[in-house]
Write a protein that binds this ligand. Structure first.
Ligand code: ZN
Length: 294
């Protein structure tokens, strides 16, 4: 945390360079939005459309759980009109917001409605379509507050995007209801909200931190669950090495498949034109394969 505090102090010193400048609007008249990591940026772009320029603080291919802002990141944050963050993933967000408070940055914690449910400190709300829709609505409300002149556009954009998320919700609801197997195995425990909201069960190899190492006892338990439930797939994710998932799959005579926690796009994904909706579609297809033992 020392590094972070130093960065904060530095940023505070630098902020006065921006004093007197125009806050939150660029030369093209668009509202400047800072988003903590990928899904927050995606929701901000979906709601803001042509009215906003969105800057993602945690860039492509970077795992967000242990990230901390540099002085430069905070200086850039201070220039935004709205800052969108999830909550729970970004312990640095509130101190950062406090540091730039005088610059009039309006912060929105998109997952605020679920922060009370942060049992087991699982903040991956965006992976449950049901909760993602609520996060998009929170972004919409923040944009309307920051830029009431364009409220109608924000409402329309948000409604269109939420309709697409609702289609994912319907697909997942039907899939989960009809699934032969109700349990799935993930690398890090990112899919607890998805599991809980759709009546499924997640067993994770590494718990909530993608970097943790599993104990032999935990691995044995996992292999037991896989055998008992007839689980034939182990999910791994895009930003973390698949090594552990592969080892477990091999030990259990199972295969591996991707379940993307959408914590950032990979370079390849960005080039393929991937986005939240497309990746969630693929996640649902892969869940279908795993839960129906195909
Ligand atoms: Zn995570």
């Amino acid at each position: 945390m020392n590094k972070f505090l130093t960065a904060l102090l530095l940023a505070l010193a630098l902020l006065c360079f921006g004093c007197g400048g125009q806050q939150g609007a660029s030369a093209d008249g668009k509202m400047q939005v800072a988003a903590s990591f990928y899904p927050m940026a995606e929701f901000a772009r979906a709601v803001g459309g042509d009215r906003v320029t969105v800057y993602t603080m945690i860039g492509d291919g970077i795992e967000p759980h242990d990230w901390e802002p540099s002085a430069r990141d905070l200086t850039r944050l201070a220039k935004a009109k709205v800052f969108v963050y999830n909550g729970g993933v970004e312990p640095w967000a509130q101190p950062a917001v406090a540091a730039v408070a005088d610059d009039g940055v309006q912060a929105v914690e998109a997952g605020q409605a679920f922060m009370q449910q942060l049992d087991k400190s699982d903040p991956h709300f965006w992976l449950s379509p049901r909760k993602a829709a609520v996060e998009v609505a929170a972004v919409r409300d923040a944009f309307i507050k920051a830029d009431p002149e364009h409220a109608a556009e924000y409402k329309q954009n948000a409604a269109a995007y939420i309709a697409k998320i609702n289609a994912l919700d319907e697909k997942l609801t039907v899939l989960a209801q009809n699934a032969k197997i109700k349990t799935f195995i993930t690398t890090h425990a990112a899919f607890g909200h998805l599991a809980a909201d759709y009546g499924l069960r997640q067993e994770s190899i590494m718990g909530l931190s993608p970097q943790a190492e599993p104990s032999p006892a935990a691995l044995n338990k996992l292999l037991g669950v896989m055998q008992k439930d007839g689980i034939k797939y182990v999910f791994f994710e895009t930003l973390v090495s698949p090594r552990i998932a592969e080892t477990i799959a091999q030990a259990a005579g199972a295969k591996t498949l991707v379940l993307d926690p959408l914590e950032g796009l990979s370079e390849a994904g960005r080039q393929n034109g991937d986005d939240y909706l497309k990746i969630m579609e693929r996640n649902i297809e892969n869940l279908d394969t795993a839960l129906n033992g195909k």
